[in-house]
Design a protein around this ligand. Sequence first.
Ligand code: B3K
Ligand code: ZN
Length: 880
Amino acid sequence: MSQVTSIENTVEKNSKEKYLSDYQVSNYEIDSIDLEFELYDTTTLVKAVSSVIRVGEHQQPLFLFGEQLQLKKLLVNGVNHPDYKLVKGGLELSYLPQTFTLEIHTEINPQANTSFSGLYKSGGAFCTQCEAEGFRRITYYLDRPDVMAKFTTKISADKDLYPFLLSNGNPVDQGDLDNGRHWVSWSDPFPKPAYLFALVGGDFDCLKDTFTTKSGREVALELFVDKGNLDKTAHAMISLKKAMLWDEQRFNFEYDLDIYMIVAVDFFNMGAMENKGLNIFNSKFVLANAQSATDQDFLGIEAVIGHEYFHNWTGNRITCRDWFQLSLKEGLTVFRDQEFSSDLGSRSVNRIANVKTMRNHQFAEDAGPMSHPIRPASVMEMNNFYTLTVYEKGSEVIRMLHTLLGEKAFQQGMELYVARHDGQAVTCDDFIAAMQDASKIDLTLFKRWYSQSGTPNVHVSDHFDLSKNCYQMTFKQKTQPTADQKIKQALHIPIAIELLDKQGNALKLADNKTNTILSLTHTEQTFVFQNISEKPVPSLFRGFSAPVKYQYAYSDLQLLHLMNFASDEFSRWDAGQTLFNKYLALNVQRLQDKQEMKLPALFIEGFKGVLVSELLDPALIANMFEFISETGAMELFDRVDIEALHRAREFMLSQLAMALHSEFVTVYHARQVAGEYLAITADIADRQLANLALLFIAKADPALGNELVVKQIAHCNNMTDHLAGLVAANSASLACRETVMQDFEEKWFENGLVMDKWFVIQASQDRSDVLDNVKALFKHRSFDFNNPNRLRSLVGAFAQNNPYHFHAEDGSGYHFLTEQLIKLNKQNPQVAARLITPLIQFKRLDENRKNLIKKQLNRLLQLDDLALDLYEKVSKALKQ
Ligand code: B3K
Ligand code: ZN
């Protein structure tokens, strides 16, 4: 079929941007698709037989998406169909009957697929990644989420090399073939969009278990990992079973197939993928034992296993009509996984972690060139919109709904959503409609959160009238114009508050309650509180009740009051952060004015009170001392002075370290966890606090720090404490640094996931030759440029976690990152487009740095084969 691939048939079809407002229902539907794969490394054959139905009366052609495919055969109702042409991005078929069977044979090359989208090889195994638009790299298809079909899959491959052949749904049959090959067939009874298709072929170790659902059905659970890794699978399996139970108990959602499989692979662009019945995971979010994984890894695994499992209802059973609706499934599923982690562990600690992500990263995205609402209005490359905004801010929007409705009405809304839309591909509006109808709360204004980008600023002022026992609070909201949207309107902002008296008691407000939710719905609004007999200290945005920045003219004493008495632990932490940020800004200013930096005694005293507290959760204490990152702090300034910011932050940490030295030493010893390693909340909290103390001890007293680090590394029975030792040794350049780093490398060089931690430390070092070191590490025996995890831990960590050196005045950091992006542009554009983030968020930098960055971005723009993923970000950044 040579005419098929001839270039004459190729015509331009798409312009670069796609718009939500252009959405049209598909002019054809596909009911079912039967796939057959003959797996070979470089020439895999795919036969796809679909039953297609024309929607309505029209003579329009059928356009099927396809990329990197070789068309081998095309039949309509069993006979050759000459009326087709290959066009850019796909295949166009004309003169089709009303309903027909479409048979398409394609050949693909998994071995050559370095972008890890579609069917590719991870190590020795075949695997797939189809979200968002990877299925079109497998066969020509209506690859859009609102086309939902029943899939069957038959796979054949060499039996020795690929004893396990997996796909979605339930296993049906299997058999042997000639030449040492075998086959397995699968059937998925639930209609699904192509992005949820998955296939795996490989040789694995398998951990098996079962889960009995609330209606008494037994589900087989199978976890596949590379051979030799079975000792690192228990935690993932336990997490899965916890997730299945939790989803039944909290959301009344029961699993629907007879089998649930998870496969861990080493080469994967993101964290994991929720393919129906066959999740594929980055091995980072599966493999863990005490020796190889930290407490944070254990918690991350639990969260991601939960997240992908929760998608079975919020994402798979009910999916997105189009990709602009991505937050429909992602914001909601992140909310659900955050609730899962909070119900299982500490709610406040989880809340703090989520807010850190918002403030340290999402706020910058919302203020940068890629700013978009949680439901974007236009997109060039869909993979660029799996963002902190769609995911994390999307979850904050769901959380605000939860706050406004309360758990009961929220769950009624969920129930109605499922009753209305199970088995459908729907929109964010459909979700809000269900919430509104179930709760009878008007969400018309609230919906604006879906279409407006940017972080609102809320300015709070107050007035107390003693003669009338009356306290008034005035809130003004304003959202600055963003790159994508000039005009901003008022949003519905829920503000959870509490008013504290001088003794630290919460005052009674309406209904005898000590806290309340105010609904800010206008640009400016005043709320009046009667029967207030003294001027209170307001605790604002308790639990981060809205994803906003807010200002109130707190005095230092008021912030200390909140740190001590706010009933919400998050608010205590938040007050500490506000106090820190205030002095950070002041000290930056002092440096710029060539004055001496200062930290008042009351600041130190306030934090001392926290550190020695017997009452506070040790994890909360540790969090109180984990201040805004340098990257996050850049958001606090209109013009950021990289040098001064770095010095001021270091100064403040050193002051705390020196002033509270003996307290840190006491806490360090008091919080040692004895006995067997357990990743349980209480032990995790103690380790977190002890290791935080170690960091401060090393800063103030390197000799003692060195002694403690060496001892800790020699005696610990887990990765958390071992790694914390390395981090302390590096951050304070302790004498043992070289030795402990080398010993670690010797011990772990064969384990890429563990070495990622070591690469991150190398890339995050505060030393003038750090970039040379990073470059040299490209030759390290554990480094592999083709592995996205390795790239993120070396290149990503340098660019993202080491702003002081990445933003070196000579532009060397920018040049280095650009070099890597050029290499990755063709090889793996998705990963490249993730790594570029710190290079496009430059608007707060000085002119010199801005110009250096623009020079590098222009270099990228001039590449003749610049991938759309990078083009979208580079062109938007340069437009700023
Ligand atoms: N849905 C996937 C992410 C797919 C990313 C495609 N570039 C994982 C998740 O959010 O659960
Ligand atoms: Zn998700």
